[in-house]
Design a protein around this ligand. Structure first.
Ligand code: APR
Ligand code: PHB
Length: 389
């Protein structure tokens, strides 16, 4: 088998790139380790910046997103008993779209099907070979059957635990990491969201977030110690703790219900440099992870795909490799800004187990400053809606 671009991983990054390339006549294949049901069973975040939405439109997969996604012109930050609004639209002229990553991934799979895209599911033991040569290839297995595809380029879109990054010799990369001493316990419930716009809350008992997927589906989170497990939290305990961390005006109107999903996610910041090794290019979670606080994860993946897509187009349509040669540098410049913003939001709103009284007063002062300065709010807003590509 031969193709132009071999893509490892059928999450949002791999599928979006595959779709964009296919529409420009660039042949590609996506190798996904799991079944489609498994990929679509994962509950992930759902705040899309305008650049991501534009890319979905360019890929011809934005119809449902534009119909069902909610445009949010602001977010709230709750602290010290107050609930204050960040007017994203007023401060930046832009908004975000709330549309679940699961739905977006479903739309991408359906679009790939419609165009007859090659997506292999249950691809076991995927391995990239000869990445430093001009003729790399991929091998994998489905059951007992073995396959090989020769390609011009290999794109690693296989997430943090994937094989792509691990195929790069250790002495050719540098990793940067920060692990936070807490996780997020998330609950999805078929209830009306407590607020039409997201509420990020800092409370002495810990961070909380009120988010949503639609007007009938709510997503809530609370900061918990890493030693906690889902079994430690009954629905009742979760709702009680969430309410304690929200201002009264919010807690009093919160509608609770049975959880339909409950999970704990650790928080991590991670970047690998460079994002290229020979003919392998890394994109999305395969190259970088952020804590979810700034809603950057999916959006940082999207800017990688934007740069890669244009770099590959320049290569195939104009014979111009400068985009590929500069990919890592360009992608990383934006990735690090997403890292900074996610780290800052995390530090601002979480209670660290070892924080001193001084640290906590500084957090409160940071919040008071934020809401006293249009410039400070503008900085938050422009990062939240997404810096330019
Ligand atoms: N071989 C083939 N596929 C693999 C392998 C492997 N060895 N390892 C992992 N995969 C697949 C996973 O099953 C998954 O479907 O790669 C896909 C990676 O998808 P994501 O983890 O969703 O990563 P990405 O597509 O970069 O999406 C960006 O944004 O909101 C964030 O973290 C969130 O997933 C999100 C990300
Ligand atoms: C979510 O809805 O899951 C969500 C929203 C915003 C975040 C993180 C998660 O910052």
């Amino acid at each position: 088998m031969k193709t132009q671009v071999g893509i490892i991983g059928g999450g949002p990054s791999g599928l979006l790139l595959s779709q964009l390339l296919h529409r420009k006549g660039i042949d590609n294949i996506v190798l996904e380790k799991h079944s489609r049901e498994y990929v679509l069973g994962r509950i992930r975040a759902g705040v899309l910046e305008h650049g991501f939405a534009a890319l979905m439109r360019e890929a011809g997969v934005a119809e449902r997103m534009d119909r069902e996604g909610e445009i949010h012109d602001g977010i709230f930050i709750a602290h010290d008993g107050l609930k204050e609004r960040v007017d994203l639209k007023g401060l930046t002229g832009s908004s975000v779209i709330v549309y679940g990553q699961t739905e977006l991934t479903r739309d991408l799979y359906e679009a790939r099907d419609r165009l007859g895209g090659k997506v292999v599911h249950n691809a076991e033991d995927v391995r990239p070979h000869d990445l430093e040569s001009a003729n790399p290839y991929l091998t994998w297995r489905v059951g007992d059957e073995r396959f090989r595809v020769d390609c011009d380029y290999v794109i690693g879109c296989d997430g943090y635990h994937g094989v792509s990054r691990r195929s790069i010799p250790k002495d050719r990369i540098r990793e940067y990491e920060r692990v936070y001493p807490f996780g997020w316990l998330g609950v999805l419930s078929r209830t009306k969201p407590v607020s039409p716009e997201l509420i990020y809350a800092r409370h002495e008992r810990g961070f909380a977030l009120c988010s949503l997927r639609s007007q009938t589906l709510s997503r809530y989170y609370i900061q918990v110690p890493l030693t906690d497990s889902v079994e430690d939290w009954s629905d009742e305990q979760f709702w009680e703790e969430l309410k304690r961390r929200l201002p009264d005006e919010v807690a009093d109107v919160l509608i609770t219900g049975p959880s339909i999903e409950k999970s704990i996610a650790p928080l991590r910041s991670y970047v690998v440099e460079p994002m290229r090794y020979g003919r392998l290019f890394l994109a999305g979670d395969a190259a970088h992870i952020v804590p979810p606080t700034g809603a950057r994860g999916l959006n940082s993946a999207a800017s990688d795909i934007y740069y890669l897509y244009h770099a590959l187009l320049d290569h195939y349509e104009k014979g111009d490799d400068s985009g590929l040669d500069r990919y890592s540098e360009k992608a990383l410049a934006r990735v690090w800004k997403g890292q900074r913003f996610s780290w800052w939001m995390t530090m601002l709103l979480h209670i660290f187990p070892d924080s001193s009284a001084y640290d906590r007063r500084l957090q409160q002062t940071d919040l008071a400053y934020l809401f006293s300065s249009q410039r400070a709010l503008g900085s938050l807003a422009e990062n939240y809606v997404g810096l330019p590509y």
